[in-house]
Design a protein around this ligand. Structure first.
Ligand code: SF4
Length: 868
């Protein structure tokens, strides 16, 4: 085992430090880095199981032109020539790059420089547009610069933490554990504002399940209450904040307690409690993420939060700040280099002086002079034929964009599509004319910036496999072939980092807080050894902001009218993440451990809605919107508000015949940020009748499965497919089972068929089908795939060992493989009353901690049952 290499997690914007010890050619032992300020040694389930995702399965290992292997030179020359020819014929704006918060800062910098500085268009946008661009726009309106004025240390110092539109327990688990630790140590109060009752609410003092899209009403109401009760910091406002003349008059109407409670659809008593908690705890952090940003009024919702913090002076002090937490590992690095179409570079925009300054620095007169197309408009322009060449880097827009069906049509119609990715076959790369193999996590070398502005090194663990190359190298090679040889003369990431740092300081004179000029001449060894560090110090602590006047701004806001449900589309669709999956599952989908938490895409529906629609737990349902439709399995969840449903964003055509959430949302966006409103799409839901259900457990992946419903999950040594359909399922036996010794049984009366295939003494596959829907538990059978000896035919067909083991239920703790039934049995039998007690009894929740909210909920459920 090598000495541990300090790097960062591949997934979310928490930006945890990882200590990675390479144990073999493509194997690595993962631990949390105790010295990293973001996580202090903790990792969530996704980070903990990074080692399961570093194999070469599914990797793109050589360039392809037209699906045929090609030499790098030929592929790069072709890309450069097609871009040059397209520009010559149609102008620079006929080219677009769509990039990703998965890129390292150095990759991002080179892509942005090539497009905005030399091609001369700002048509480069990033998938971060889908996740946090409303926060960017809100910061710029309020502070004059896109600066997150908080750090995780503020969570330790706060007396009140308000989580808005954030299922932190699932989406930013290590931050959630930090909040829980602060609660345990200091009694920090926690309020969750979210239409859904998620696991984040399990340990909250108060959950406000507001009507979606009423955040402006809520925070305007809070601000009006602060004014009535003397909580406005007049001295701070006079010193540091511009207040528009009619600001307070405009705030009054509809901001009384009762009106706000009505608009937000919450109890007035709960609202009063929220206001009281805010009044009693000046050290307040309001942390927000996608529930705020992914709205048609996302920027206003961000500013409703910043207004409250500015007006009460709760900013620039320890434990007091608005805190936008980002989704992706390097969304912040992308913001710093100007990876959004609406920004230029180093926190500059398209003001003439900025364009001139960046042009001087880069030595070019071709800098784009106006913002480019934001993601939704960019793909719309491709569909309309105005953009004729597209380069997609490290992202999967055919899955993740709203109205993804229209995005696929645009990709299919685009004359030239380049995809650089580490994965060979994605829903997007199927449209590529050229595929370029990029380095993956563990092969890259560079920097990332997390949600709290900490820049960390991501370090290389493995040699580049096949012909894969780092993104920065691929981009600079295209730039050089387009004619800008000296301008893209980088030999290694540190060359790019130094240039990026120098640009941030170039003629800055304190105007922009983003200034990392102290690293403009960093030596190669110092870059190699760089420890995590935070830029910007304690922003706004001196009461000065990045506007020309140095003063922040209160933004007058009105709650937008709420749309009544439409008779044809009576439900509202909300979308989001699962705890143990990441984006389109190209990596997390490879991990058997991570697949145990949710093996299928489910639609969450309130039990009363389900009853009205005659939908039962586990039924297949079709979710439709005006944009498209997809099939999900239903799960009844009284944490949903009535009339609202929730689906996960992760599943792709590679994983499932349904569960395709991206097909459903509208391509409508917030007018300021261009961020799509993923959280509130008019929808309907209907139950699907199926004549049979089944599952296949197999070592070898079969070819395409023709069934109404087929969804795939990784298991140790193989795959689990859940199946359902109509007609005679017997054909699946021929289609899906491999060669070997077949054992089978069928029971026509019960409508059951069970087949298993044994070869060389080991179980190769098992297919179980039922016309009644009644199927055995899968776990024991899955375990047999990894066994050196196949069970007996009797055991296989009975789906249990001769000596039955207890049913563990659905896995809750993926680190220690502890199931729900095991936990509830222990809680009841041993009278366990805390997560710690469950951990002591079963180890569950004692490693990454991601399942602790779920254990907390099980304790509550057992208690309720006992008293019920
Ligand atoms: S919270 Fe989890 S997914 Fe996010 S960076 Fe940390 S370990 Fe990775």
């Amino acid at each position: 085992m090598s000495e541990a290499i300090r790097t960062t997690c591949a997934y979310c914007g928490v930006g945890c430090g990882v200590a990675a010890s390479v144990t073999g050619e493509r194997t690595v032992a993962i631990a949390g880095d105790p010295d990293h300020p973001a996580n202090r040694g903790r990792l969530c389930s996704k980070g903990t199981h990074l080692g399961e995702t570093v194999g070469l399965e599914g990797r793109l290992l050589h360039p392809e032109i037209g699906r045929k292997r090609a030499r790098w030179d030929k592929a790069l020359d072709l890309v450069a020539k097609r871009f040059r020819d397209t520009i010559a014929q149609h102008g620079p704006d006929s080219i677009a790059f769509y990039v990703s918060g998965q890129l390292l800062t150095e990759d991002y910098y080179v892509a942005n420089k090539l497009m905005k500085g030399f091609i001369g268009s700002a048509n480069i946008d990033t998938n971060s547009r889908l996740c946090m661009s409303s926060a960017v726009a809100g910061h710029m309106r309020a502070f004059g610069e896109d600066v997150v004025p908080a750090s995780y240390d503020d969570l330790d110092a706060a007396d009140l933490i308000i989580l808005v539109g954030s299922n932190t327990a699932w989406c930013h688990p290590v931050v959630y554990q930090r909040i829980m630790a602060a609660r345990a140590a200091r009694g920090t109060k926690l309020v969750v504002v979210d239409p859904r009752r998620t696991e984040t609410c399990e340990d909250a003092d108060l959950h406000l399940a507001i009507r979606p899209g009423t955040d402006v009403a809520l925070f305007n109401g809070l601000l009006a209450h602060c004014r009535e009760t003397g909580l406005i910091d007049q001295a701070y406002l006079s010193r540091s904040v511009d207040v528009p003349d009619d600001f307070w008059d405009g705030l009054g109407e509809g901001s009384d307690l009762w009106s706000v409670a009505r608009t937000c659809d919450v109890q007035a008593a709960d609202l009063r409690r929220f206001f009281d908690l805010f009044a009693a705890n000046p050290r307040t952090v309001t942390m927000f993420s996608q529930g705020v940003n992914q709205s048609l009024r996302g920027t206003d919702q961000v500013n409703a939060i910043t207004n409250v913090h500015l007006a009460t002076g709760r900013i620039g002090k320890p434990g007091a700040a608005p805190f936008s937490i980002t989704g992706q590992p390097n969304a912040m690095g992308g913001r710093e280099v100007g990876g959004l179409a609406s920004t230029l570079a180093a926190h500059m925009d398209f003001a003439a002086e900025h364009v001139a300054r960046v042009g001087r620095f880069w030595g070019t007169q071709s800098v784009a002079i106006k913002p480019g197309l934001k993601a939704v408009d960019l793909f719309r322009s491709i569909g309309e034929g105005r953009i004729k060449a597209l380069w997609v880097m490290a992202t999967n827009p055919a899955v993740s964009m709203p109205d993804a069906g229209a995005v696929r049509e645009a990709l299919a119609a685009c004359p030239f599509v380049v995809v650089s990715d580490c994965i060979a076959d994605t829903d997007t790369s199927r449209f590529a004319h050229v595929k370029l193999p990029a380095a993956g996590w563990g092969e890259k070398d560079g920097t990332v910036t997390n949600s709290e502005r900490v820049i960390s090194r991501q370090r290389q663990l493995f040699a580049l496999p096949g012909e894969a190359r780092p993104d920065w190298w691929i981009i600079k090679e295209v730039g050089r072939r387009m004619g800008w040889v000296g301008e893209f003369a980088y030999d290694r990431p540190v060359d790019i980092y130094r240039e990026h740092a120098r640009l941030s300081a170039y003629q800055n004179d304190g105007k922009r807080l983003f200034d990392i000029g102290n690293h403009g001449a960093i030596s190669n060894p110092d870059y190699a050894a760089m420890a995590p560090w935070r830029w910007g110090g304690a922003p706004f602590a001196d009461g000065r902001f990045s506007t020309l006047s140095g003063r922040a701004k209160l933004v007058p806001l009105k709650q937008a009218p709420l749309q009544a449900p439409l008779s044809r589309w009576p439900m509202t669709l909300n979308t989001g993440r699962y705890r143990d999956q990441w984006h389109t599952m190209t990596r997390t989908g490879l991990s058997p451990k991570l697949s145990t938490h949710r093996r299928e895409p489910l639609v969450d529906i309130h039990p009363d809605d389900a009853e009205a629609l005659t939908v039962a737990e586990g039924d297949l349902v079709r979710v439709s919107t005006p944009q498209g439709e997809s099939v999900f399995r239903a799960t009844l969840n009284d944490g949903q508000r009535q009339g609202e449903i929730f689906t996960p964003i992760h599943w792709t055509d590679q994983q499932s015949t349904g569960g395709r959430t991206g097909l459903l949302p509208r391509s409508l966006v917030d007018p300021h940020s261009g961020q799509p409103g993923f959280k509130s799409t008019p929808a309907k839901i209907e139950r699907l009748s199926v004549e049979w259900r089944g599952f296949l457990i197999t070592r070898e992946e079969p070819g395409p499965i023709k069934a109404l419903w087929a969804t795939r999950a990784r298991v140790p040594q193989g795959w689990l497919f859940e199946l359902a359909g109509n007609g005679d399922p017997a054909r699946l036996v021929r289609q899906l089972l491999p060669k070997g010794e077949h054992v089978e049984t069928s029971d026509a009366a019960r409508g059951q068929m069970r087949h298993a295939v044994v070869r060389d003494g080991t179980l190769r596959a098992a297919l179980y089908l039922s016309r009644t829907g009644s199927l055995p538990a899968r776990d024991w059978l899955i375990g047999q795939l990894a066994s050196a000896e196949a069970p007996s035919a009797i055991e296989l067909l009975a789906v249990r060992p001769a000596t039955p083991a207890p049913d563990r239920g659905a896995i809750v703790c993926v680190c220690f493989d502890v199931g729900m039934k095991t936990i509830t049995a222990a809680i009841a039998a041993q009278a366990l009353t805390s997560v710690e007690a469950v951990g002591a009894a079963l180890s569950a929740g004692t490693n990454c901690g991601s399942c602790r909210p779920a254990i907390q909920r099980l304790i509550g459920t057992v208690k309720e049952t006992a008293h019920g």
